[in-house]
Design a protein around this ligand. Structure first.
Ligand code: HEM
Length: 392
């Protein structure tokens, strides 16, 4: 990493975090916790101006070509800086046509384009590729609730990646392989872990702190002229690999295909490649369904179809937990107390909350293979498989 990139990162890990934390404590002490404008102005100005000097230095240096890690680190630093400026209302895409921070925008655009990623910070920066130094990971604040959120999100993502790796191995072994049992077991264990981590968030995360002091850093913001949606814990390929390999979602479904296209640039290039490859595979469900007529009574079919169904059930339970536990408790619940102004821009992707919730419900129901008439789920296909397994 160049010395300028390192200096910026050091600032992000120290003064930046301190200033954000001070601001959060000021806002949180207000009668109206959503009131940000007019509060802590001198700290906001320092944050903006100090960050600007690092950005200008890096922009002058140009792309040092020092490798992926370095460029990705710079994208993260400039992204966290812009995310914080948005959070503190020093920029707001609703009232501007272009970012008021042209240097930071240029730096983010340059690095983002060279990496093949959106020019903003994304989940990887705070989760799977957030490199700890002496135990401390990058964050916006030092609030315990932010660390809890980042850490449990990361554990959840790592679990879903492990489950996706395991199912990819089943694809290579073939769904009739007697050896697939260890990989189905690994996937089940990873999904149980995911639910344990989600459970810890439900029990330990403070609803108000999360809603007022953590979530606002994930709002959309402009880079140059264009507005980019916020980061969310779904910006990695593992979750979609599971959707596709299990066969619960299909890459040719217009809603789901759009979702994949929209998230592509928010993922690391290595994840983008994994997802593209996965889109060319036949799902395990489709494979099992072509075998059911002829082989339903074979031991291998019974074992592997049962294990597949168990993985599906756990995956569905985890999806329901995300929606009914996390989204409802930490977003829908507190949002009910906000007025129209307070509701603006509370979601990471930008659409109004009811629209986002409907779209997340649709995903949940696809993953649960729910019996819905208005969307095509795999309810009947899973039913056929369950019948074949029970018939034994
Ligand atoms: C307090 C905890 C959490 C809350 C409130 C929450 C809420 C949300 C919301 C509102 C979205 C939609 C993003 C947007 O467009 O605004 C989302 C997306 C997503 N979240 Fe979470 N989330 C939480 C934790 C987690 C964890 C631990 C995971 C596990 C890795 C996770 C996985 C996902 C995924 C995969 C998506 C993308 C949509 C999908 O494919 O389901 N979330 N989350």
């Amino acid at each position: 990493m160049s010395s300028r990139a390192e200096a910026f990162e050091h600032w992000i890990r120290t003064s930046f975090v301190q200033m954000n934390t001070e601001l959060e404590n000021l806002y949180f002490a207000n009668d109206d916790r959503a009131q940000v404008i007019g509060c802590g102005d001198p700290i906001k100005a320092s944050l903006r101006d100090e960050g600007h000097t690092y950005v200008v230095d890096l922009l002058a240096e140009g792309n040092t070509g020092e490798g992926f890690d370095s460029a990705y680190g710079v994208l993260g630093s400039v992204g966290l800086y812009l995310g914080a400026l948005r959070r503190h209302e020093l920029t707001n895409p609703a009232r501007e046509e272009r970012s008021p921070f042209p240097e930071a925008s240029s730096l983010a655009l340059h690095v983002g384009a060279s990496l093949g990623m959106a020019p903003r910070f994304s989940t990887g920066h705070l989760a799977t590729h957030n490199r700890a130094r002496a135990g401390v990971r990058k964050s916006f604040t030092t609030l315990p609730d932010e660390f809890l959120f980042i850490d449990e999100n990361t554990r959840g993502i790592l679990s879903l990646q492990r489950a996706a790796d395991a199912l990819t191995s089943v694809v290579h072994l073939g769904v009739s392989s007697p050896v697939a049992d260890v990989m189905f077991d690994a996937a089940k264990q990873a999904l149980r872990d995911l639910m344990r981590f989600n459970g810890r968030l439900m029990d330990q995360l403070d609803v108000e702190r999360f809603f007022y002091s953590v979530r606002p850093y994930y709002k959309p913001y402009r880079v140059g002229r264009q507005e980019y949606r916020g980061a969310n814990a779904g910006d990695f390929s593992g979750i979609n690999e599971l959707d596709l390999l299990l066969g619960l979602c299909r890459a040719n479904d217009p809603y789901y295909a759009q979702l994949l296209v929209d998230k592509m640039l928010f993922m690391l290039p290595s994840d983008q490649a994994r997802l593209r490859e996965c889109m060319t595979r036949t799902s395990l469900l489709d494979e099992l369904l072509t075998l059911v007529g002829q082989h339903a009574h074979a031991d291998w079919f019974q074992q592997n179809a049962r294990a597949y169904l168990e993985v599906c059930d756990l995956f569905g339970q985890a999806a329901a937990q995300h929606h009914n536990g996390l989204v409802r408790r930490f977003i829908e619940g507190p949002a009910a107390n906000l007025n129209e102004h307070g509701l603006e821009g509370i979601t990471a992707s930008g659409p109004p909350l009811p629209v986002l919730l409907r779209s997340l419900e649709m995903l949940r129901d696809l993953r649960l293979a729910a019996d819905r008439r208005d969307i095509t789920t795999r309810h009947n296909d899973l039913g056929r498989l369950r019948l074949a397994v029970k018939l034994r």
